[in-house]
Design a binder for this molecule. Structure first.
Ligand SMILES: Nc1ncnc2c1ncn2[C@@H]1O[C@H](COP(=O)(O)OP(=O)(O)O)[C@@H](O)[C@H]1O
Ligand SMILES: O=P(O)(O)O[C@H]1O[C@H](CO)[C@@H](O[C@H]2O[C@H](CO)[C@@H](O)[C@H](O)[C@H]2O)[C@H](O)[C@H]1O
Length: 460
């Protein structure tokens, strides 16, 4: 482990926290290892931001969390999580939901520890460190020199269901603190920075970011962006219009244009490649393997496996006939919830992390841009099927308008490549089945209805 900054040493701090974190961590929405017990922790980097000798102690932890491997999975060193832990003598009632527990042993004995992001003061410590470009222990707080961060912005934790945790500062900035972190270049910072360099206004330009390089392994831990004040996300808007029985096609068209503008800027900013037979084979193999794993994990998929696989074999056949595709960096997990509409009606895209469960190297690979289009088409279908009764015509109109908008700005219509589109929609729906089975079992019927449709569109 690299340099550690605490008043009393890492092992005694961890001894204090260990029994409490074992029960608290698995209850967090962002904890990816649900269903398996936590058996221990290894510190990757531990940094004291405020000493516990004061009224408020504040600790930044990167911890490798040990758990038994999932049945049939190879042994795993454990995922690394980022935590911000506060320590107080007593927790004021407003912080009750943030409670982790009361420490009975070690240097924090007698203190109450809690999830510090709930508390404005610790969250403001992070913003101040970004403002002043502080370096503390392994942590490097950095900022775009061209963007100012003013003082006195009050912090509030966002309460939305998220894979990570976000804090809003005075409706001016939003800081996303990544929870499960992996070493390497993180696309959630890499792509918005590249788009900002291209002058693309569709993605908020990063103002600051937190990095660490414990033991020579680089991590991106947090990204600060301008907050789009008063924005609604595409999912909320779509559901609102659906509830009113209103059409969403004009917004879908605008979203198609925004997606195409981001794709065009990404293709300018970062390398593109041509996918020939060999690359397509790898891509199709990946889709086929994900389907096989999904069928294992969610047996309800089994009756559709054959029909779904035909979407992938149809794509492989095109490659065998000599078709090629251009691939570029893409969003990677585009859906209505990743699109924000400002009060003036402008759309922005956020959250370029890609599908969090996939390895980083895979998430950073150039892909046909149709992959994002497929994600959005799935999302219109999701919205229509979460309405009661389901409204497939509404989804159909949105899907068509989105593709038309995309074609207007990109110069090609994704519907002219139906085999590729079907393969990507199938891959996404399979991902969604696994995602819902794991996180929101009540939602499983939504992607399963698409699975039935996609499997039945088997031309054979
Ligand atoms: N720049 C922004 N302005 C306003 N709200 C934002 C901004 N970025 C993110 N949000 C809000 O924060 C939520 C979570 O952000 P996101 O990047 O999707 O995090 P996660 O990866 O944890 O899902 C979004 O759904 C959106 O409501
Ligand atoms: O927002 P995240 O980056 O964490 O993405 C994950 O969670 C999404 C749900 O919150 C999930 O999206 C699926 O549900 C959405 C409705 O809630 C729907 O609009 C999307 O089309 C659907 O895929 C996403 O797949 C997952 O990666």
């Amino acid at each position: 482990m690299a340099e550690t900054v605490t008043s009393f040493g890492t092992s005694s701090l961890l001894a204090s926290l260990d029994p409490l974190l074992r029960t608290w961590l698995p209850r967090q929405r962002w904890f990816a290892g649900k269903g398996r017990p936590v058996t221990g922790f290894t510190p990757v980097a531990v940094t004291e931001l405020l000493p516990a000798t004061g009224r408020l102690g504040l600790y930044h932890l990167l911890l490798r969390v040990h758990q038994p491997s999932a049945p049939g999975a190879p042994p795993h060193p454990g995922d690394c999580y980022q935590l911000l832990i506060g320590a107080r003598e007593a927790l004021p009632p407003r912080l009750a939901p943030a409670l982790i527990g009361h420490v009975t042993q070690g240097p924090l004995a007698g203190r109450t520890v809690y999830e510090a992001l709930y508390d404005p003061r610790p969250a403001e410590v992070l913003l101040e460190a970004l403002r002043t470009r502080a370096g503390i222990g392994d942590l490097r707080f950095e900022r775009d020199p061209a963007q100012e961060i003013r003082t006195g912005l009050v912090a509030r934790l966002m309460t939305a269901e998220q894979s990570n945790s976000s804090v809003v500062y005075g409706d001016t900035f939003i800081l996303k603190l990544l929870r499960r972190v992996v070493p390497g270049v993180n696309p959630d910072l890499e792509l918005p920075l590249a788009l900002a360099r291209e002058g693309c206004p569709r993605v908020p330009a990063p103002t600051g970011w937190l990095r660490a390089e414990p033991a020579g392994e680089p991590y991106v831990l947090a990204v600060l962006q301008p907050y789009v004040n008063g924005a609604s996300d595409g999912w909320e808007l779509a559901l609102r219009e659906l509830a009113k029985g209103e059409d969403f096609a004009a917004e879908a068209r605008a979203l198609g244009r925004a997606t195409a503008e981001v794709h065009t800027a990404l293709a300018r900013a970062l390398p593109t490649v041509t996918l020939g037979h060999a690359q397509l084979e790898l891509l199709v193999d990946g889709m086929t393997e994900r389907l096989a794993a999904a069928v294992q994990a969610v047996p309800a998929l089994r009756p559709y496996e054959h029909g779904l696989r035909s979407a992938y074999t149809a794509l492989a056949s095109l490659a065998t006939e000599g078709r090629t595709w251009t691939a570029q960096r893409v969003h990677g997990d585009l859906h209505l919830g990743q699109c924000l509409r400002s009060p003036s009606g402008e759309w922005s895209l956020i959250d370029f992390e890609g599908e969090p469960a996939r390895p980083l190297a895979e998430r950073r690979m150039p892909q046909p841009p149709v992959r994002d289009v497929a994600g959005m088409l799935r999302s219109f279908d999701y919205a229509a099927h979460s309405a009661h009764p389901a409204t497939p015509d509404w989804a159909h109109a949105c899907r068509a308008a989105y593709c038309s908008g995309y074609a207007e700005a990109a110069g090609f219509d994704p519907r002219t490549d139906p085999v590729l589109l079907r393969a990507y929609e199938t891959d996404k729906a399979v991902y969604e089945v696994v995602y819902e089975a794991r996180h929101r079992p009540d939602w499983l019927p939504v992607p399963l209805s698409a699975i039935r449709r996609l499997a039945a569109s088997d031309p054979n």
